[in-house]
Design a protein around this ligand. Structure first.
Ligand SMILES: CC(C)(COP(=O)(O)OP(=O)(O)OC[C@H]1O[C@@H](n2cnc3c(N)ncnc32)[C@H](O)[C@@H]1OP(=O)(O)O)[C@@H](O)C(=O)NCCC(=O)NCCS
Length: 196
């Protein structure tokens, strides 16, 4: 499967397309920026960034699992990323070996997002989170999506709650204990029915 094979997703203001190697400009603007990385391990060195970009374009399960480049739907400006990826529990980072093959990985799947600071505060992360949940529950066999944040990342916790995930208290993830969130397919379908 080509590394950029995967679904194109549209939302009200945004376009999500599979991340490719040509998105290293966006990758650098996110992963080597101290403000973006404040709650997720700090700005990467050039060496770590290059290692990260080498795996970040992997996808599996027909492209359903991986990283999307998020663009302004009108101007095509690259704004950030959204992810559906296996959640590392005791490992410190995503186990990219699980992102291979035609099946969904045998792991919990986390939703996540990173935006350039110039794109913060406009509701984009909530829009991406909602769109990825809709994709996960309408177009894949996933029965649950999880997330976790650092305890201090109140903005990200707000995003997850607004998108319908519920707090599950501290849980193991990324080799530590972090605030956890989850939503099941049944819960998501219930919210969709309530909105209709
Ligand atoms: C966290 C992040 C994704 C939020 O993106 P965003 O597009 O600004 O988020 P949204 O506008 O959709 O929603 C953010 C919500 O949190 C609120 N918020 C923002 N900063 C906050 C803070 N410091 N404390 C509490 N709430 C905050 C906003 O007011 C908004 O809630 P509201 O709609 O009820 O007003 C973005 O800041 C980012 O990319 N940060 C760096 C990467 C990161 O931490 N990613 C998450 C890893 S778990």
């Amino acid at each position: 499967m080509a590394s950029d094979a995967g679904p194109l997703l549209r939302s009200e203001r945004l376009l999500l397309r599979p991340l490719t190697a040509r998105d290293d400009d966006l990758g650098a603007a996110l992963l080597m920026d101290a403000a973006v990385m404040e709650h997720i391990g700090g700005a990467m060195t050039q060496e770590k960034f290059e290692r990260e970009m080498a795996v970040a374009t992997r996808r599996c399960a027909g492209g359903a699992i991986g990283i999307w480049c998020v663009l302004d739907g009108r101007t095509q400006e690259k704004l950030g990323t959204g992810v559906l990826l296996p959640l590392p529990v005791e490992e410190l980072d995503t186990n990219w070996d699980l992102v291979a093959g035609d099946e969904l990985p045998d792991a919990e799947i986390e939703v996540g997002y990173l935006f350039k600071p110039s794109a913060w505060g406009k509701g984009y992360a909530t829009e991406v989170c909602r769109r990825l949940l809709r994709f996960a529950f309408e177009e894949t066999a996933l029965t649950e999506v999880v997330a976790c944040t650092s305890a201090a990342n109140a903005a990200s916790q707000n995003v997850l709650r607004k998108a319908g995930l519920r707090d599950v208290g501290l849980r193991r993830a990324y080799g530590g204990d972090y605030p956890g969130f989850r939503i099941t397919r049944a819960e998501w379908l219930g919210r969709r029915a309530a909105r209709a």
